[in-house]
Ligand binder design. Structure first.
Ligand SMILES: Nc1ccn([C@H]2C[C@H](O)[C@@H](COP(=O)(O)OP(=O)(O)OP(=O)(O)O)O2)c(=O)n1
Length: 135
């Protein structure tokens, strides 16, 4: 009886977790995205197309599509005031295409992008030291 009471609770929690995973994943890691991209390519037998050069060209094409959204506008202030919801959604899609191809390109080159980017930030800080405060 106790078990029976627990079962619906468990499935509700699982359902909620699944929904969250599918809809509101905001702190997803590069490794998780990388795995999803790998699965996506495997399921479609698209690994043969995902050679580094192809991925680089695909990413540059997506950068072009991203640029189109900003093309011929006057300066676009932070927060994109005046942009409609549909335009912002489109922007999110184009940014995602660039990111996803970049992650896949890094993978196909054997580069751990998270690790490389973290090291690069450290290197940038050495090259461009912040001015000391209160001196
Ligand atoms: N060989 C491919 C083709 C597509 N994709 C994935 C990565 C991108 O996130 C997205 C790109 O899809 P499209 O080429 O259809 O480009 P868009 O989504 O920008 O569509 P459109 O160019 O029609 O606006 O699909 C992929 O991984 N490998």
């Amino acid at each position: 009886m106790e078990e029976e009471k627990k079962l619906p609770m468990m499935s509700m929690e699982e359902k909620k977790k699944k929904e969250e995973e599918e809809t509101e994943v905001s702190d997803v890691s590069l490794k998780e995205l990388s795995k999803k991209l790998d699965d996506f390519a495997k399921e479609r037998d698209w690994e043969k197309y995902h050679a580094p050069r192809n991925l680089l060209l695909a990413m540059i094409a997506e950068v072009g599509e991203l640029s189109e959204l900003f093309m011929w506008k006057t300066e676009v202030p932070k927060g994109l005031p005046g942009w409609g919801e549909a335009e912002k959604e489109h922007l999110g899609e184009e940014l995602s295409d660039v990111l996803l191809y970049l992650i896949r390109l890094s993978d196909m080159c054997g580069v751990d992008l998270g690790d490389a980017a973290t090291k690069k930030i450290v290197k940038n800080a050495v090259k461009y030291p912040a001015p000391s405060k209160g001196a």
